[in-house]
Design a protein. Structure first.
Length: 131
C-alpha cells in the first residue's frame, strides 16, 4: 500500500486526465457532432435505458464516472484501503476532484470568453470612432 501522501498526490494527478477527457467529450467542438446526436437520442429514444445511455455522453458529471472506472482499471489505484473498498473510495474521490477541476476550468473559460468579447466590443467601438 502506498503512503497516504502518495495516494493523495495520485488522486489529484489521476483526476486531471479524468477531467480532461470528460470535459473534451461533453463540451469541446471536436466532439460536437457525436454529442449533438447523443443529445437528440437522449430526448427521442423510446426506452429509458437507451435515453440514459446517450445522455451520459452529454453530461460531464455523468461521463466522468465512466472515465474514472476506466482510469481505475488502467492505474489499479486504490485509496486508503487495499481491497475492493479502496477502488470504491478512489472512484468517488476521483469523480469529485475531477468535477472540481472542471468547475474551475468552466469559470476560467467564462472569464476568458468575457474578456474576448469585451476586447472585440472595444475594437468595434474604436473602429466606429475612426470611421
Amino acid at each position: 500500500m502506498m503512503p497516504l501522501a502518495t495516494q493523495v498526490a495520485w488522486l489529484f494527478i489521476i483526476a486531471i486526465p479524468v477531467a480532461c477527457i470528460a470535459w473534451t467529450v461533453t463540451h469541446e467542438e471536436v466532439f460536437r457532432e457525436p454529442r449533438d446526436y447523443c443529445i437528440k437520442q437522449s430526448k427521442s429514444e423510446g426506452s429509458l435505458l437507451k435515453r440514459k445511455f446517450f445522455y451520459l455522453f452529454t453530461c460531464e458529471y455523468c461521463f466522468s464516472h465512466y472515465v474514472t472506472i476506466l482510469m481505475l482499471i488502467f492505474t489499479d489505484y486504490k485509496l486508503l484501503l487495499s481491497d475492493w473498498r479502496g477502488y470504491v473510495l478512489a472512484g468517488f474521490a476521483l469523480v469529485w476532484i475531477a468535477n472540481l477541476y472542471m468547475a474551475i476550468f468552466a469559470l476560467i473559460k467564462v472569464d476568458v470568453n468575457l474578456e474576448r468579447l469585451q476586447v472585440k466590443k472595444e475594437e468595434q467601438e474604436q473602429n466606429k470612432k475612426d470611421s
